[in-house]
Design a protein around this ligand. Structure first.
Ligand SMILES: [Zn+2]
Length: 695
């Protein structure tokens, strides 16, 4: 580029800066995001500029000639990247909820810049040296609990990223991290290849026996998309799941099962066996470099569970309660299958006979429930639940800018009349919104210069849109989804901490689902059901007999479901804690790890690990147990509400206090404050039906 070219480019950049709303203070109510003024092309230059500004602030902290203190180093660092974090949140939130090609491009270009910036920051030895000097004097500094936590968290984050290692080891750690990223991408690629490559093609309608019409229709569409006659069932769950559940033809179930179970395990170039072993070995080496004997120990240090031993104890305890029930349930399925001439139940029979049994015993039809749960009714009942618990009030705010006409913004008022939070609700599917439901934040809560900055929190779902003759109607699963995400939102909105990185949902990973899952318990309470249900034609609340069935459904085949989850948990711990002791080959190793949870014969040529994305391309390594762990917490916490009254003001105030403190204390301490004792497993066992019928 010529000199003139550079000048021109710079001028061009500075002109853009002037008109870039992302680089100016937001002059909106509560400094909410001015969505309608933001264009996709604003992000990249804004993020580049904001990285530069943040680097300057960090340089000031690092080069400060004064002796390092908590304030001038640790606290200063936590506030230094506030704006950058905010830009990242806005971009990734929009990219999930309302994306388009241009926005995706902006995300692809800008998000790696941000993660590069943070990787660099964590390797800043001079900055770390200042933090270390504060950390070493921490007992002499008379810090508050929250300050101690921030100091601890900051120091550990640097240590765990390897900054204190000798340079040779540090280089190796960098290399390991690079390889791990590469392997996990390879894992996803291989799995996706096989998921897309293999499918079941059916040409005779008689082979579809048992399948509901909508499942057949989807399969016919899938076939015509591929230019094929008849019906196609793929290995993607929305197609695979219903086939296994409903298809009467056992040989076809077996065929599809074998295709599914052998994904990325066919001995060809897409086989994940070596990828799995590589990842496990690299993780173990990484843990070793950082001074831990196993990867699980490294991960669990920053979890509520704390140690691998504690996790194993928890899995074993639950296993001992669940396994007799699982065996009994298994026999019931077997008895049912025998009527069809099946002597030994195999893996491809489980979903089918579970569904058959469920139909006989429960006769629960989702479609019958839906008319009782119009979204507006559920939402107003949910707000009422929050008011009764915490005294907070939701008021629609048309003056607050939103990113799509379907999004509704609210002011959330606290019981003393002050503003608690801004809340966005985005309920309906559209192109550009990803699947599922989630809570996120556009601004965290924190205190700066004595001012309590209130959070901006959002929930996003994919509920069916109202039509000309029907409002948006939710099935009961969706009612629970709404309560669940709202529980996360409360965690964000209630926050009352000082430092942004400790606020709201910034808690240990196996604790974050307590506030969300506990909310789901209220949906089964008759008092709440009256508030959240009303037939959209008659206004009548949902009949009690349906509710009883729903409660019963919670325990239906729960032994089998629990043991299955425990199997995954054991497999996870085998790879990340026990490994490599006893390792022979991958099939043997996996089978040994889950042997005591297996109720049916192993199917040759299939493997769980090579398709287990949670462990090898997601964030669940040494963390799978947390699904059940969170259930233990929410069941136990709700049992305290049940005992004192589901709207008991004192219990609610205590739970609110737990929410308010975010990540400023260890979750075990927060829980102890709330419950007056550590969590117990009993309520979970009772809810699952394991305690009552135990003999
Ligand atoms: Zn959740």
């Amino acid at each position: 580029m010529s000199f003139l070219g550079i000048l021109y480019a710079q001028k061009d950049m500075s002109m853009k800066k002037e008109n870039n709303p992302l680089l100016e203070p937001f002059d909106t109510p509560y400094e909410t995001v001015p969505f309608s003024r933001i264009k996709p092309e604003h992000f990249e230059p804004a993020i580049k500029e904001e990285i530069r500004r943040t680097q300057e602030k960090i340089k000031e902290i690092r080069d400060n000639p004064e002796r390092p203190t908590f304030e001038n180093t640790v606290a200063a660092l936590d506030y230094a990247d506030l704006r950058l974090r905010r830009l990242r949140q806005i971009l990734s939130n929009l990219n999930s909820a309302d994306t388009n090609e241009k926005l995706q491009e902006a995300a692809d270009k800008s998000l790696p810049l941000i993660s590069d910036f943070y990787s660099g920051l964590m390797q800043d030895t001079a900055l770390f040296e200042r933090i270390r000097r504060v950390y070493e004097r921490k007992d002499k500094l008379s810090l508050t609990d929250e300050q101690k936590m921030l100091l601890d968290k900051t120091y550990k984050a640097f240590i765990r990223s390897g900054v204190a290692l000798p340079s040779e080891k540090r280089e190796r750690l960098k290399e390991i991290n690079r390889l791990l990223t590469e392997r996990s991408l390879q894992f996803t690629k291989n799995l996706l290849h096989d998921t897309n490559e293999y499918y079941l093609h059916i040409e005779n309608e008689s082979d579809l026996k048992g399948l509901p019409e909508r499942v057949k229709r989807a399969a016919a569409e899938e076939a015509s998309k591929r230019g094929l006659k008849g019906w196609v069932f793929t290995l993607h769950y929305p197609s695979y799941g219903p086939f296994m559940k409903y298809a009467k033809r056992r040989d076809l179930r077996e065929k599809l099962y074998r295709l599914y179970g052998s994904r990325a395990f066919k001995g060809d170039q897409y086989d994940n066996s070596t990828v799995v072993l590589d990842e496990v070995n690299l993780r173990k080496e990484k843990a070793g470099l950082l001074g831990y004997d196993t990867y699980a120990r490294y991960v669990l240090e920053e979890r509520m569970a704390g140690t691998p031993e504690r996790v194993m104890d928890f899995l074993d305890e639950l296993y001992n309660y669940a396994i007799p029930h699982a065996r009994k349930e298994w026999k019931r399925l077997q008895t049912l299958a025998r009527k069809d001439g099946i002597d030994t139940l195999r893996a491809w029979d489980v979903a089918y006979y579970s569904e058959q049994l469920k139909r006989r015993e429960l006769q629960l039809d989702d479609e019958k429930l839906k008319p009782y749960f119009p979204l507006d009714k559920v939402l107003s009942g949910l707000f009422e639940t929050a008011r009764k618990l915490y005294g907070i009030r939701f008021e629609p705010a048309s003056d607050i800018d939103v990113y799509h006409p379907d999004v509704q913004a609210y002011r959330v008022w606290d019981k003393d009349g002050s503003l608690l939070a801004v809340f966005y609700a985005d309920f309906f599917p559209r192109p550009g919104k990803r699947q599922g439901a989630w809570m996120t934040s556009y601004n965290p809560q924190y205190i700066l210069n004595g001012k309590n900055i209130r959070p901006h929190v959002s929930i996003v779902t994919n509920f069916s849109k109202p039509t000309a003759d029907e409002p948006s109607l939710l099935n009961f699963y969706e009612v629970n989804t709404l309560f669940h995400e709202f529980g996360h939102a409360l965690h964000g909105m209630m926050s009352q901490v000082t430092y942004p990185s400790l606020s709201g949902t910034n808690v240990y990973w196996d604790f974050v689902e307590l506030p969300s899952q506990i909310m789901e318990n209220w949906t089964y309470e008759p008092e709440v059901l009256k508030m959240i249900s009303g037939h959209y034609k008659t206004g009548e609340p949902v009949p009690q007999e349906y509710i009883d069935k729903l409660k019963h459904e919670k325990q239906f085949l729960e032994g089998l479901a629990t043991v299955r989850q425990l199997g995954f948990g054991y497999l996870d711990m085998a790879w990340h804690h026990r490994y490599p002791e006893g390792y022979k080959n991958i099939v043997q190793y996996e089978n040994d790890a889950i042997a005591k949870t297996r109720l049916y014969p192993y199917v040759n040529g299939t493997l769980i690990s090579t398709g287990f994305g949670h462990l090898f391309s997601g964030g669940y390594a040494a963390g799978y147990y947390s699904y059940k762990w969170a259930e233990l917490l929410d069941a136990d916490a709700f049992s305290i509400f049940k005992k004192n009254g589901i709207f008991d003001p004192k219990t609610a105030a205590k739970f609110r206090h737990l929410l308010e403190q975010g990540g400023t204390k260890h979750p075990s301490d927060l829980y102890l404050e709330f419950a007056g004792r550590p969590p117990k497993i009993d309520a979970l066992l009772e809810r699952a039906g394991f305690k009552r019928t135990e003999n």
